[in-house]
Design a protein around this ligand. Structure first.
Ligand code: PXP
Length: 248
C-alpha cells in the first residue's frame, strides 16, 4: 500500500460565489491554477444539470488550462455523458443528483441501476476516461459497483463528517474502513470525499486503501481566511498526519 494520497480540489464553490452576482469573478480556473501551485494533484468540478455553479464554459477552460488532471462529477444522464465524451476528462465520477438538494446527498443507488450504469461505463471507458462511482459505505452497493465494471469507488464521507456523537462517529468510521477493505479486495480503487476538513480528514487518510480525496467546500471556505494556496497546504499537512497513522 502506497503512503500517498492524491488530493483533488473541487472548485465548484468558487463558481457558486461568482454566480451569486452573475459576474466574472472569482474564476474557478484561476482557483484551480492556485490549488495546483499549492500541491493539488487534480481538479474536480461537478457540472450540475441546473448549472447552479460550474458552467459549460468553465469546464472546457479548466480542461484546457490546468496542468494536472480533471475529474468530472456528473449525474448518470445522457446530456452529461455527451458532454463528458466531448470534454474527455481524466476521470468521470457519477453522483446522484436531485434538483432540490443543497449538495450531493448520499451515494448512488448502484444496486437498482446496474444495467443503466454499465451502459454509461461502456460509452465512457473506451475513450480512455476513468470511470468511478460515488457510493455510501455499503457492501451491497460496492458489490454492485464491481458488477457495473467501475475501476474505482468514491466512498461518501458525508455522514461521518456530520455526526457529533463520538460513538456514532466511530461506528460510521468502521463502516468506511470495512467498505474500503472490501472494495480493495474486489480489485476496486478506493477514493473518498464529502464534508472533509483539516479537523476530520485525518481518520480517513489513515485508512490504508484510500488513494484519492475530493475536497471542496472547506478549502474554498478557508480560502476566505488564508487564501486558497494556504488552505490547500494546510489540508495536505492534515492528510499527511493521517497517513502517518496508517498501520505498518
Ligand atoms: N465528492 C463528491 C462526489 C461530491 O459530490 C462532493 C461535493 O461536490 C465532494 C466530494 C466534495 O465535498 P465537499 O465540498 O463537502 O468537500
Amino acid at each position: 500500500m502506497k503512503n500517498k494520497i492524491r488530493l483533488f480540489v473541487n472548485v465548484d464553490h468558487v463558481a457558486t460565489l461568482r454566480e451569486a452576482r452573475k459576474t466574472v469573478e472569482p474564476d474557478p480556473l484561476t482557483a484551480a491554477l492556485l490549488a495546483e501551485k499549492a500541491g493539488a494533484d487534480g481538479i474536480t468540478v461537478h457540472l450540475r444539470e441546473d448549472r447552479r455553479h460550474i458552467q459549460d464554459n468553465d469546464l472546457s477552460r479548466i480542461r484546457e488550462k490546468i496542468h494536472t488532471v480533471l475529474n468530472l462529477e456528473m449525474a448518470a444522464v445522457e446530456e452529461m455523458v455527451q458532454i463528458a465524451l466531448k470534454t474527455k476528462p481524466y476521470q468521470v465520477s457519477l453522483v446522484p443528483e436531485k434538483r432540490q438538494e443543497i449538495t450531493t446527498e448520499g451515494g448512488l443507488d448502484v444496486v437498482s441501476q446496474i444495467v443503466h450504469l454499465k451502459k454509461i461505463r461502456e460509452q465512457i471507458q473506451p475513450k480512455g476516461i476513468r470511470f468511478s462511482l460515488f457510493v455510501g459505505p455499503d457492501l451491497r452497493q460496492i458489490d454492485a459497483c464491481r458488477e457495473v465494471g467501475a475501476e474505482s469507488i468514491e466512498i461518501n464521507t458525508g455522514l461521518y463528517t456530520e455526526l457529533r456523537d463520538e460513538a456514532a462517529v466511530q461506528q460510521e468510521l468502521e463502516k468506511i474502513k470495512n467498505s474500503a477493505r472490501h472494495a480493495a479486495k474486489l480489485g476496486l480503487r478506493v477514493f473518498a470525499g464529502h464534508g472533509l476538513t483539516d479537523e476530520n480528514v485525518g481518520a480517513i487518510a489513515a485508512i490504508p486503501e484510500i488513494e484519492e480525496l475530493n475536497i471542496g467546500h472547506s478549502l474554498v471556505s478557508r480560502s476566505v481566511y488564508f487564501g486558497l494556496e494556504q488552505a490547500v497546504k494546510n489540508m495536505k499537512q492534515a492528510i499527511q498526519k493521517g497517513i502517518a497513522q496508517r498501520p505498518h
